[in-house]
Design a protein around this ligand. Structure first.
Ligand code: ATP
Ligand code: MG
Length: 414
């Protein structure tokens, strides 16, 4: 059997020499939007490799090997079960399109054929073999390899080849140092690695929308922290438990999430007694944003994120959104702005936050909902109310009163 070339392992930056291996289970990863070239691509891949190692740390210590357009995750004493668990966890890491549980074998036609036969053992129905060569020095062309392996599978198990819509696809990828053989794969999230695009602070209610907004911005490479306003001391702590549970679930996409909670009840009462009336909801949303901006600066975050969707509720008309933007200097990102509620709910289901969001709680906003909310808030009127309240001072105070929590994905319910 030909010797496998020494793989360059990027873990920790230093190259590690490995003995040649025949038939080792590993995870082969297809990268997302690697439209970025040159230095950015390097950054993308390094960040992704770091994020991968962090995400799977509770399962195993791994080496992440970068190749052109793919990455390979290997671990010592790899078993099929361990690699299954790794692949499953890896699908939550942003920037990945596919995670394939693959056999890493010596780079010769016989080893590839043996692995393919093993993979197809016990299967029924039709199949196709699809080979790709990232290294063109391999002795067979892709078509020749397809034919050879296909004939072996057909001969051994009596299965029929079907190129269009087969029941099973055997994929073979010939790489620089080795070959990979796999069938099927787990879809990833796509997008960019978390941390590529900077930091943001998500205004997180206990509702359906804001968790989806957080997910969508993490998928675009933002690392996010969360800010929740509770109605305490005039409501119970239920909304905080919900926010905590939501952040813990979303933490699987980035790790290290922080949840900041502000007791907002007294400030809401002040808004109410300031005579804000129909403007109370917008005035309070402006105060949330201002408080968020103070906290975001302290955290080194460059943007606020909300779950607003145009026209979804009366506070989200174009006029009101304009009035909200006026409250802060920082850009407010609203990734759900053009989405229908049903689309948002579908995504919430996939992200696994919907069931948590649907739990009952006492949303702080119900404390001061007027009979008829203003849909065309005038900025001048809002500013006048805010002068009476001294909102700058109030926002500083509120940002100073935050309690920090660290919900960790996989931790038992608090
Ligand atoms: P959600 O489903 O996210 O609660 P919503 O449709 O109920 O949104 P609003 O209550 O108007 O809409 O809130 C719009 C956005 O304002 C939310 O998506 C969230 O970003 C922010 N927000 C509202 N209430 C709170 C809160 N109590 N704490 C933090 N952010 C909030
Ligand atoms: Mg809400």
């Amino acid at each position: 059997m030909p010797q496998v070339e020494v793989a360059t392992v990027v873990a920790g930056g230093s190259a590690v020499v490995r003995p040649p291996v025949d038939g080792e289970p590993c995870v082969l990863i297809k990268l997302g939007e690697v439209v970025l070239k040159g230095k950015n691509r390097e950054r993308f891949e390094r960040r992704l490799a770091d994020n991968l190692r962090d995400a799977v740390r509770p399962i195993a210590r791994v080496d992440v090997i970068r190749r052109h357009g793919v990455m390979i995750v290997r671990t010592k004493d790899a078993t099929v079960e361990k690699v299954d668990a790794l692949a499953e966890r890896i699908t939550d890491v942003m920037g990945i399109v596919w995670a394939h549980r693959a056999w890493r074998v010596d780079k010769d036609p016989e080893s590839v054929e043996r692995a393919a036969l093993e993979l197809m053992a016990g299967r029924e129905g039709t199949f196709a073999v699809r080979s790709r060569r990232r290294d063109k020095r391999f002795p067979l062309t892709s078509t020749e390899l397809d034919r050879k392996v296909g004939a072996a599978i057909g001969g051994r198990y009596g299965l029929k080849v079907r190129l269009k819509d087969p029941d099973h696809t055997v994929s073979i990828e010939i790489d620089r140092d080795e070959a990979f053989v796999f069938s099927g794969g787990l879809p990833g999230q796509g997008g960019l690695p978390v941390g590529m695009s900077g930091r943001g602070l998500v205004l997180m209610s206990g509702g359906i929308d804001s968790p989806v907004a957080a997910y969508r911005m993490m998928r675009r490479g933002l690392r996010v922290d969360y800010l929740h306003f509770s109605g305490m001391p005039f409501t119970g702590p239920e909304s905080i438990y919900k926010a905590y549970a939501l952040v813990r679930e979303l933490d699987r996409f980035q790790g290290g999430s922080r949840l900041f909670v502000v007791p907002f009840g007294k400030a809401q009462q002040q808004i109410k007694s300031s005579g804000a009336d129909r403007l109370a909801v917008i005035a309070q949303r402006r105060l949330m944003l201002r408080t968020g901006e103070v906290l975001a600066r302290r955290l080194g975050a460059g943007t606020l994120i909300t779950g607003d969707a145009l026209g979804q509720v009366s506070s989200q008309t174009l006029t009101n959104i304009t009035a909200l933007d006026d409250a802060v200097e920082m850009p407010i990102l609203r990734p759900l702005i053009g989405m229908d509620k049903s689309e948002i709910m579908d995504q919430a289901r996939r992200v696994r936050t919907l069931a948590i969001s649907e739990l009952p709680d006492e949303d702080c906003c119900t404390l001061l909902a007027p009979r008829r909310a203003e849909t065309r808030a005038r900025i001048d009127d809002l500013r006048q109310i805010e002068r009476r309240l001294d909102v700058g001072e109030l926002a500083d105070q509120l940002a100073g009163s935050v309690q920090e929590h660290r919900p960790v994905y996989g931790d038992a319910a608090a």
